[in-house]
Design a binder for this molecule. Structure first.
Ligand code: SF4
Length: 429
């Protein structure tokens, strides 16, 4: 989401004359868009500002802006602790960024903008063209969260759940189509909770796929509670929804899910899994896991491990629990670090094994790949499989933006390597 936000901030500040520079030392404005989801985020920012300070020791000081979720969480504190920072702007106040900057240039008044004003933000941004020209582009449809998992800062930094109006999103899709975008990844902290005047995520997906230029649609991140039947059903009808479902489970133990306040059980998760597998056995699942959550006993961990083996999750994220200030879990007793690390290693080994097996199973088969860009040496094409796995194959500029049949020759854990099947206009069934 920060990538999407950074691009939209750039679309906005372009209107008041700012442009991107590739040269760090040339910049007259630094905007650090920050993430608060992992530990030490705050310290990293001060460290980064220290780097900027050093670079500009003998030069004119650039305008320094901190945006994103750390800005939201720390607000005034940042201006007090680091006078080198000029402006602090939270994720629901980006619509104010141009005025804030202009005001600062004129009056040199340091301010923090951290109100939750999501409706105004999206109304403002909807009037500014989304300039993303990436073959695979993000599109935020929903923000914020009302679920309050005990470990998570999102409800405090992004605010309550908000779904953008259906037509506003479709207008942005039109911009992306005109820019040559071929894949849209719908974004939201609880993307499948999307609900605006009874339009649901399923309605959006079916509407977006009507655009012939759009080849693929994905969405992330979902919550099991919001995996409603209408969304599950579209896997029967949709021609463009990809068969990888990213559905965070966090733990395989009901006791831990309860302690986390996740509001779903393992059986509920399994029900979704079986329903989707019944519709299309080729659907695969990816997930997020928190290891070593306070109260996790060996048997809870073992349940998570067995669950990973059972579902055969691919392309997943796993981390050791990291207490976030202000959340309920921040005050809970941590389990021993050594134990958490051993557990994480075991989990990751299994996740890697699942990934390797999946990739191996594709060797000597031909798969559909969406070409996204040339590799650095310009000799090969980087694309992605339907399961988001990177694919590298010999190809040319003309292959970019197309769905191509690629025969997979070899693979490693993270990447597939293949050969373009020439003289075939057909996609693989
Ligand atoms: S549902 Fe997701 S975003 Fe919301 S509190 Fe839980 S982990 Fe955070």
């Amino acid at each position: 989401m920060n990538e999407y936000d950074s691009n939209r901030i750039y679309d906005s500040v372009k209107k008041i004359g700012f442009d991107k520079t590739e040269n760090y030392e040339d910049a007259n404005c630094y905007l650090l868009n920050t993430c608060h989801i992992r530990d030490k985020a705050k310290e990293k920012i001060y460290h980064e500002i220290g780097r900027v300070k050093k670079t500009f020791r003998l030069k004119r000081k650039p305008l320094v802006i901190v945006a994103g979720c750390v800005a939201q969480a720390e607000n005034q504190e940042m201006l007090k602790r680091e006078p080198y920072i000029d402006l602090v702007i939270g994720p629901q106040s980006y619509h104010k960024i141009n005025n804030t900057i202009l005001n600062y240039i004129e009056e040199k008044k340091k301010i923090e903008e951290t109100e939750f004003d999501t409706i105004s933000k999206f109304e403002y941004l909807s009037k500014i063209k989304n300039n993303s020209k990436k073959i695979s582009s993000f599109l935020t449809i929903q923000e914020g969260c009302d679920k309050f998992c005990h470990f998570c800062v999102v409800p405090y930094t992004r605010g309550p759940e908000y779904s953008r109006p259906f037509n506003q999103i479709i207008d942005e899709v039109k911009y992306l189509v005109a820019n040559g975008v071929k894949e849209i990844i719908l974004l939201g902290q609880n993307v499948n909770a999307y609900n605006n005047e009874n339009y649901r995520l399923s309605d959006l997906i079916l509407e977006i796929e009507k655009y012939p230029e759009i080849e693929r649609v994905r969405y992330t991140t979902s919550h099991p509670k919001d995996m409603t039947d209408d969304l599950i059903e579209i896997y029967k009808y949709s021609k463009k929804i990809m068969p990888l479902v990213h559905l965070p489970v966090q733990s395989g133990s009901n006791k831990i899910l309860d302690l986390m306040n996740r509001k779903h059980t393992i059986n509920e998760y399994l029900e979704i899994f079986y329903k989707l597998k019944e519709i299309n056995s080729k659907i695969e699942f990816s997930s997020d896991f928190i290891i070593g959550y306070p109260g996790e006993e060996e048997k809870d961990f073992e349940s998570t491990y067995q669950f990973i083996k059972k579902i055969k999750f691919i392309n997943s994220y796993s981390f050791i629990f990291s207490p976030r200030p202000g959340t309920i879990a921040a005050d809970l007793k941590l389990i021993e670090k050594k134990i958490s690390m051993e557990r994480l290693e075991k989990i990751q080994n299994q996740l890697f094994k699942n990934q390797i097996n999946m990739n191996k199973s594709l060797e000597n088969t031909t798969i559909n790949v969406l070409g996204e860009n040339l590799t650095k040496d310009k000799k090969q094409v980087f694309g992605r499989s339907e399961y988001m796995t990177p694919v590298i194959f010999d190809g040319k500029e003309e292959n970019i933006g197309k769905i191509l049949p690629v025969k997979i020759i070899k693979s490693n854990r993270s990447t597939l390597f293949g050969k373009l099947i020439i003289n075939s206009n057909k996609k693989v069934a």
